[in-house]
Design a protein around this ligand. Structure first.
Ligand code: FES
Ligand SMILES: [Fe+2]
Length: 316
């Protein structure tokens, strides 16, 4: 289960989109999952495969926090416990449960743990809070999630791929020297950069395993882009960009932020989808330079923690 993406907390959507009484199907690393709210309103997640004949529980219904399979009507609570088998009052319900996975709600987001026994709680960004308007938009790319994640951490591509949008101002500077400062922190990496020794705005956090937070705070305000690369399966990734802001909080302004995010993501799409090999290879299989430090640091964490392989360190 969750091939190469096991035992991590991952963001899977906005908490407000998970409404009571409605199953929400999703896919993470090849695994079908169904989310719903239990009797207390807490989000819960089950593997979206009925233990009886394997159909999708998400095609069924949720009533009073209990999901009912659409095929023969078996009922399961949020812990996967079987609460009843129609026509079989003598069924041994204890042995007929569904598979539950840890789920959480925090800072307006929904989280799933890709395993059974989480070692700790999810680490939401400290900027998530009551006063923040969260807005999400998703696109699906034909690419392995590691290539999408690397693109989110990469700044030297801005004046090339985004020459008409966020990279335009960097075009006259590309013959100068960029220094990328990439520090390991407890949640992943913190990345900033200098051009010819001068610090540039725009701090970037990599949040292990699959999220990037870009700080673009105007003076005295909070404005962040939070990009989550959710592996759907081996060759498709759902990229969700969450805009977090503590100003212009009326939902009507979502469209303004959404329009720019969509345009920028579309500029990246064809580039990322063309990458070969499809998933991020061991560092020695591609040529790299100094300004690739965040990509190489990400690969090191990915290979060590998710693939469980050792990484050959090379000077660049
Ligand atoms: S397949 Fe789910 S109850 Fe039969
Ligand atoms: Fe980009």
């Amino acid at each position: 289960m969750f091939r190469d993406f096991a035992n991590v907390w991952t963001i899977v959507g906005l908490a407000r989109d998970l409404v009571k009484g409605k199953p929400q199907p999703l896919r993470v690393a090849g695994q079908r999952i169904v989310f719903f709210r239990d009797a207390e309103g807490k989000p819960v997640a089950l593997v979206d495969i009925c233990p009886h004949r394997g159909v999708a529980l998400s095609l069924g219904s949720v009533k009073d926090g209990v999901i009912q399979c659409p095929f023969h009507g078996w009922r399961f609570d949020g812990a996967g416990k079987n609460l009843g088998v129609p026509w079989n009052p003598d069924a041994k319900c204890d042995t007929l449960g569904a598979t539950a996975l840890p789920a959480r709600e925090g800072g307006g987001l929904l989280w799933l743990y890709t395993g059974f026994d989480p070692d700790g709680e999810p680490h939401p960004s400290s900027s998530l809070g009551e006063r923040i308007r969260l807005f999400a938009q998703s696109v699906t790319w034909r690419a392995h999630w590691t290539r999408v994640m690397e693109n989110m951490l990469d700044q030297p591509h801005l004046p090339f791929v985004h020459k008409r949008t966020i990279g335009r101002g960097l075009i006259p500077l590309v013959d100068k020297r960029m220094d990328v400062i990439c520090e390991e922190v407890d949640y992943g990496l913190r990345v900033s950069n200098k051009i010819d020794g001068e610090k540039r705005p725009g701090l970037l956090d990599y949040r292990y395993p699959n999220a990037m937070e870009l700080h673009i705070d105007p003076p005295g305000k909070i404005l962040r882009l939070f990009a989550v690369c959710q592996p759907l399966d081996e060759d498709t990734t759902k990229l969700t960009i969450y805009t977090l802001r503590d100003f212009a909080r009326a939902p009507i302004f979502d469209a303004v932020f959404g329009w720019l995010n969509r345009r920028i993501a579309e500029e990246d799409r064809a580039i990322v989808e063309s990458s070969l090999p499809p998933s991020a290879p061991p560092p020695e299989e591609e040529r790299s330079v100094r300004t690739d430090a965040p990509t190489l640091a990400f690969r090191r964490l990915y290979r060590q923690r998710l693939l469980g392989t050792n990484v050959v360190e090379r000077e660049i």
